[in-house]
Write a protein that binds this ligand. Structure first.
Ligand code: URA
Length: 198
């Protein structure tokens, strides 16, 4: 069994926070074990909780369309969430739940070793670039420790606010170039001028 499959098994058995009492299925994540791109959402919703798979509801359909824009299928990337179990009534995850789940995300990153981590929405952003606001930083890459962190709005944001659709699509369309020029991207945030080259 691969290291990632073993890890998914461990995640599926986790009872480290209260959410274990409410879930139907754990949603560890899925995709290519050697993915260059790791997309990280917030938490499973109703559909995900039923199926044990990430992003399979309406936001997931939009994520699939976004991936298609850059010629990718979900099997070619890895898709995970900050927390692996659905909060009751889709409420926001609590700090203690996020903290209890963080170890799983860290181990996923260690095993997959992605070139780019694409944060989807503010919870995921806060894990990697704390204190930043999604409205200001979306679409701006930052390289730290050899990984490019790339914040995007959550796909569900476009379902609630149609005007964001184009912004999300534009941010997605920059990913292939960032990936291919990743080596040249300076460590840290760089300045706006430098980043606009990418
Ligand atoms: N929203 C998320 O953040 N993750 C999912 O898996 C589904 C919807």
């Amino acid at each position: 069994m691969s290291a990632l499959a073993e890890l998914c098994g461990e995640i599926a058995a986790c009872r480290d926070c209260e959410l274990a009492r409410y879930r139907t299925k754990v949603v560890p994540g899925e995709g290519a074990e050697e993915a260059d791109l790791l997309f990280i959402g917030e938490a499973p919703g109703w559909h995900e909780d039923q199926q044990g798979r990430p992003f399979v509801g309406p936001a997931g359909q939009f994520l699939d369309q976004l991936l298609a824009l850059i010629g990718l299928r979900r099997e070619e990337v890895y898709i995970a969430n900050v927390i692996k179990c659905r909060p009751p009534q889709n409420r926001d995850p609590l700090p203690a739940e996020i903290q209890a789940c963080r170890k799983w995300l860290d181990r996923q990153v260690e095993i997959i070793r992605p070139k780019m981590i694409i944060t989807l929405g503010r919870y995921s952003l806060a894990q990697y670039l704390p204190g930043e606001s999604i409205g200001k930083i979306h679409g701006k890459p930052r390289k730290e420790g050899g990984i490019i962190y790339y914040p995007m709005y959550h796909p569900a944001a476009a379902l609630h606010q149609g005007s964001l659709r184009r912004t999300i699509e534009d941010d997605m369309l920059r990913i292939p170039q960032l990936l291919s020029k990743g080596e040249e991207l300076p460590q840290g945030a760089g300045d706006a001028q430098q980043l606009s080259l990418f």
